[in-house]
Design a protein around this ligand. Sequence first.
Ligand SMILES: [Zn+2]
Length: 225
Amino acid sequence: MAKSLVNLFFPKVCYACLNLLNDNEETICISCRHHLPVTNFHFTNDDAISNLFYGRALVENGTALFRFEKKGLVQQLIHGLKYKGYGQISPFLGDWLGGELKSLPDYKDIDVVIPVPLHKKKLTKRGYNQVAGFGKQIAASIDAIYKDNVLLKITNTGSQTSKKRFARWNQTEELFTLQNAACIEIKHILLVDDIITTGATLEACITVLSQAKNSKISIACMAIV
Ligand SMILES: [Zn+2]
């Protein structure tokens, strides 16, 4: 009764299609769950992601839950997650993908799940890292440890003058650093992010993570363009 009253005054909508949810639906409506463009990379052993990094970084296995289409349901979801404060989308997607990965040999020996970090300023502004819930749920599903204190995003502290001079370089270069490296040595790491486009951010993260001795790295993302 109380729940119905809450729904009457604050109706819940599907974060993908924005239609009203039924009482038995949470976060994403049943119709969208069937129509979201899943990649199934992990079920079909599709190497699209490791191939994307060919010659740039060594990736053991890689998958993305959805294909990203402009103006599609996935764009709506990720936009809500990043800019509208709909944080619950993140664990929902992590639960979905984690539930699929847990039975697959390629992902069984993963020890640590690490999110692509946000810069501290951005974290304060948004209030959460949009991939944290995703990573935590995947870690829980595949029996791995979630660690967000290993890979950090840092500011380029170059002077104003040098910033101007290297403006183009600054735009493309993202700076990451490693701390507590010992805890990822000899580990299989699953690096998680929201959307893969060129892979530049992930490549920068992998380069830094590879400083840990004998680590190997796989990737799981919410969507791929
Ligand atoms: Zn929907």
